[in-house]
Design a binder for this molecule. Sequence first.
Ligand code: CAA
Length: 241
Amino acid sequence: MSKVALVTGGVRGIGLAIVDRLKADGFKVAAGYAGNEAAAKACAETHGVMIVRGNVGDFDDAARAVREVEAELGPVDVLVNNAGITRDAMLHKMTKEQWNEVIYVNLASIFNMSRQVIEGMRERGYGRIINISSINGQKGQMGQTNYSAAKAGVIGFTKALAQEVANKGITVNAVAPGYIDTEMMAAVPPNVLEKIVATIPVGRLGQGHEIAACVAFLAREDASFITGATVTVNGGQYILG
Ligand code: CAA
């Protein structure tokens, strides 16, 4: 029987690449989205997966969305917490709203979503939770105190939950992408983006499918001894020991 994968933020960008890859690998896939109906419709029609609307930053809405997926596809075996936003500004210009939105969507979401599936995974003795962090949670980034804090928090959550469920057949890992060629890059001023690309040894932005390949590996049954890890996929821009 095919396993079920739920990818938040799955109708665009890195999330959509992950959806495509997991589907190709034989999963029954649901793609979550917050409100972009056009992208969601295109995803359902062109990519042939279930779409589910929900606000991952809201616990009750996350619960409803997961129940919808389970009702249609069955229990979630693989949860990819990918949904994320940027609201970049130097701290001295950052508003309370910019801080809160990023913390809720990028960090509270990890609790809101994982909490919905963890009991079932424990009962069934199997699960894969893959959290999308960021190079900027590892190294910090000017203009991103909110995003860097949230993405670093994702790594801490990953390490803690991995230990809680290690003896239950569940692995919990983080993937830390570098700068990937998605719509999110459009918010970066072109002159700044040029500076950033110059610091990537591979010499270019990454592609969504290059993140998806890493997620797909961690989602495999035989990736069972990898847990609590943060895998960096950044073209050599930030190399950790
Ligand atoms: N790398 C290098 N230099 C940067 C930089 C970066 N990431 N971000 C800003 N700077 C530099 C600018 O080039 C500028 O330098 P000069 O004064 O020499 O021209 C200086 O910092 C101030 O920047 P701005 O003039 O743009 O100041 P601002 O207040 O108008 O805007 C900002 C500040 C909002 C941080 C804007 O510069 C910006 O959006 N920077 C990009 C921040 C960034 O890297 N975000 C990552 C988005 S992608 C992502 O988050 C996905 C992921 O996981 C990797």
